[in-house]
Every structure is written in structure tokens, then in C-alpha cells.
Design a protein around this ligand. Sequence first.
Ligand code: NAD
Length: 551
Amino acid sequence: MHKVDSIGVGDRTPKDRRGLDVLRDPLLNRGTAFTDADRDAYGLRGLLPAHVHTQKEQADRFLSTFRKLTDPLDKFVALNALHDRNEDLFFSILVDHIDEMQPLVYTPVVGLACQKFGQVFQRPRGMFISIKDRGNIANVLRNWPYDAGIIVVTDGERILGLGDLGAHGMGIPVGKLSLYTACAGIHPRLCLPVTLDVGCNNDAVRNDPFYVGLRQKRVTGQEYDDFVEEFMTAAQEVFPGVVIQFEDFANHNAFRLLEKYRGRIASFNDDIQGTAAVALAGLFSALRITSEPLTDQRIVFLGAGEAATGIADLIASAMVAQGMTLEAARKTCWLVDSKGLVVKSRTDLAHHKLNYAHEHAPVADLLGAVKALKPTAIIGVSAVGGTFTKEVLEEMARFNKRPIVFALSNPTSQAECTAEEAYRHTGGRALFACGSPFDPVTLNGQTFVPRQGNNSYIFPGIGLGAIASKTKVISDEMFMKSAHTLAQLVTEADLAQGSLYPALPRIREVSAQIAAATAGAAYESGIAGRIAAASALPDIEKLMYEPHQRA
Ligand code: NAD
């Protein structure tokens, strides 16, 4: 196993690797950018054409062909192929063109790539661990040739807003880990994407001749739990201290698994906790514009799943920190699910909705809830596109000077409204954030620049902070710190153009700051052994992987 001592540090091209072995390993290969000295040292003479290109020239060459592609899926495939050839080049391009590339390696295009995963499959990346590996998972993990520092694991049951894609959900952990590296400088060798293949209940996916996963229905119940338990234990045994991020599990497993493991293993569920932090940060930014206190807000969520209850929990914690009781804080948050407003008298409520089931007469839908409750903010996390209708938005604008409208569902087709709709139907007064990217909107001579309320602002920094500090667990306090840190990085110029988040090209600075804040919080609360709060930022910056090749 190739060890990496600390994040981002390690021998770029180990001396025991030579020739084609180096050129064919994407973690080592630099293609025509290998210097003359490297070519001598690693036995590459004759295996490469004579001219030595700079990495920048290589990037220009890639981009000149890449930008001629018009189909987003073709672009995804081209990027994937580059990722499989030359990781330094791939990540340098991601970092330098993050606005252009993030929507391709991550949402929304990764959603399409998962739907077509079987068709575009070329080389496996990460580990596919199936229910057939039961009893042998530790040995399977030992087949991974590197020392994992962070695992993103999915069972593919709730991929974005697209439902059960089974093993084809692997695109998500792969994409997410690419962002861990690009946005937070976690060395690619430390990143392990994992799909737990327990079957797939989506007949169309499972019966597709190109489907790559097990052709059986999902294993559930005790057998499923035992399988996950074996994986979690084996991962700690093979990669001691590895951080584990749960990704795109369906509701009925996501909450349970998070509760089961969060106190035992440095683990978190980004759909629940990362989303919460990014949404709270957006709310803090919106309140800088309205100058209203957080404790005066009334928030209606469309959707009552992982994202909604995760966000509501963190908002409630933030209100408690400002002096409210937990009970009063929870009462400021209301959920609307597919059956209408979540109210106490309903008998069909899943456990995770109960904290937000308040006393109220039944209300059939979102418009009814907005009319009845007069919220200051609506947050869409329903995965149902177009649900923030003209009527809903106009109603919000009727009684709010600056209605807060977050349409966070992904991918774009699932967004509750577009940026254009949000601004148009509120007379340009909406304080808007979106899960998927939208272009700037000009209305009555004013240009609004909506930014993505996407957890990609949060999870890379949380992961970096957790690895750097070797925290034993990932606490709620760390997520609260990340929300405050993100919000503090939003400038007055951002706010003036309606942007509730910093510009994406600042993401490495954002992630470093979040990592420092969360590592510091972990240290101060005694759950981490390294990285003292005082020196956290420079210590963390030193650890970050830098894909750019020095000339
Ligand atoms: P989930 O499956 O846990 O929750 C979806 C909820 O929506 C469920 O409670 C369901 O009952 C409800 N719902 C379904 N149809 C509805 C309807 N017609 N009206 C009202 N409610 C309805 O999923 P989740 O993890 O909470 O994610 C939801 C969406 O949020 C997805 O599209 C996901 O991509 C997106 N999301 C975005 C971010 C981000 O960073 N922007 C982060 C996490 C999730």
C-alpha cells in the first residue's frame, strides 16, 4: 500500500516506479509535461515525444478540444477520461475553471451521468462492495492500493432527486471526492469512493442490459444493517481514523445510519448536515440584507426529508444560540410534504418529521401554507421541479419586503423555480439561492447574480478539517462553525448583486477557512488531537494538495 503521511504530502513520483508503469498511473502521470530530468529518472526516454510542455499548455490543449463539445454528457466523459489519465492536470483544470467544471463533475450533469452510467462506463473508479462480499469486506478493502483518509459511501437508493439508481449512483461519490480534492486540496490518493451494492428496486435501471450492479432487488432489514456495520468496522480496521461521509442514502436509512455511527466514527451525512450548514449560511447572508434577526424568521420548507429536517435542526440550534428555547425555535420551522402541511394531527408522519409537526389545521399544499403562515422564507428541498409557482412567489412578495426564496433541489430539472422566475414574480425583491447553477438575471435594468446554495461550499472544508485534526467524531458545533465561517466570507459587493454566497473561484480559500474553523472547534472541545485553533489556518494551508506543476 502506498502511504501518504499527511494530506497532500508524499512523493509525487516514487523512485520504484518506472516507464509505462508511471505513464499509465493517473496519480503519477504528467504526460508531455515530464521534465527532462524526470524522463531520465523514471525511464521515460523514448516513451514520450521530445518536446516538454508546461502544464498550462497541456490544459490549453485539453480545453481547446473540450470546449468544442456541445453535449454535457460528452464533456463529462472527456473530463472523466482525463481524470483517468493525468490527475494533476485534471485537478489543475478543475481548480482554474471551477465555475465551468463544477456543474459537469457534480450536479447537475453528474445526475445525467449516473442515469447513463452503464452506457458511458469505461474504467471503474473507487470500490464496489456488494452484498456478496459479506464476511469478507475487510479483505476486499485491502485491495485498495492507497491509504484512504476519506470515504464517500452511497448505496445508490436516493441519487440527487432521481431516486434509486443502484450501483449507477457511483458517479456521486466519485464527483464529490473530485470536489474534496479540487475545492479543499485533499490529496486524491486519500479519496476513496465506495458504492455498497445491495441491489436496486428500480426495474428500469436493474433490467437495463448495461446495468453494472447486482441484478436483484434491494436487501433490507437486519441483513442490510449487518452489511453496513461490517463495512463501517472494516473501513476503520483497514484505514484507521478514516472519515466517512454518507451520501444519497434514502430517508429510512440515512437518519438511522447517521445516528448509529456519528458518536462512534468520524462520520457525517452531507445531505442532512452539509446542506443544513450551507442553507443556514445563506440565511445569515439574507438577514444581513434585511437587517432582521434570525429569531424573527418563519420558515416553510417544501419537502420534509433529509435536507429539510437537517436544515430546520441547524436553524433551530442557531436560534437557541441566540437565546430562544428549543421548543420555540422549532416552532418557527414548518414542513410541507407531498400530503400537505406537516401538522400534529397527522397520523402518517415518519419519525424524522415529528419535531416539526406543530398544532395547526390541515393545509393541503404549499400555497395554502404560505397564505396561512406568512413565512419570511421558503426553502425548496422537495426534488419536485416547478413547485414554487408564480402564485406562491407572488404571495411571498405580497407580505415580505424581501422574500427569502431558496430553490435548493437538484438537478436543475428538479429546482422548485428558476432564478428568473424567482426575481420576476417578486418584482426583483427575492433573496434567492439555488441548488443548481443559474445564469445572472437582468430585470428592469438591474442584474442579479444568483449563487448556488450547494453543500459543495461546506463538505470539502469539513472533510479537510476532520482529516487534518484527526477528530474522533464530527460534531454539530463543527457544522455551526462552518455556516458562520461561510457567511462571513460573503462580501458587501456580493450582497449588492443579490449573491448570498462567495464567488466559486474563492472556494479553496473558503474551504481552508472552514477547515481551520472546524478543526479549531474540534480541538477546543477535546475531540481532536492535532491542529490547535490558533495556528489552524496556516497548518491547514500547508497540508493542501496543489495540482499545479511548478515550472
Ligand atoms: P428526501 O428524499 O429525503 O426528501 C424529499 C422530501 O420531499 C420528502 O419528504 C418527500 O415527502 C417530499 N416531497 C416529495 N414530493 C413532494 C411534493 N410534491 N410536495 C412536497 N413535498 C414533496 O431528499 P433530500 O435529501 O431531502 O433532498 C431533496 C432535494 O434536495 C433533492 O433534489 C436534492 O438534490 C436536494 N438537495 C440539495 C442540496 C444542495 O446543496 N442544494 C443538498 C441536499 C439535497
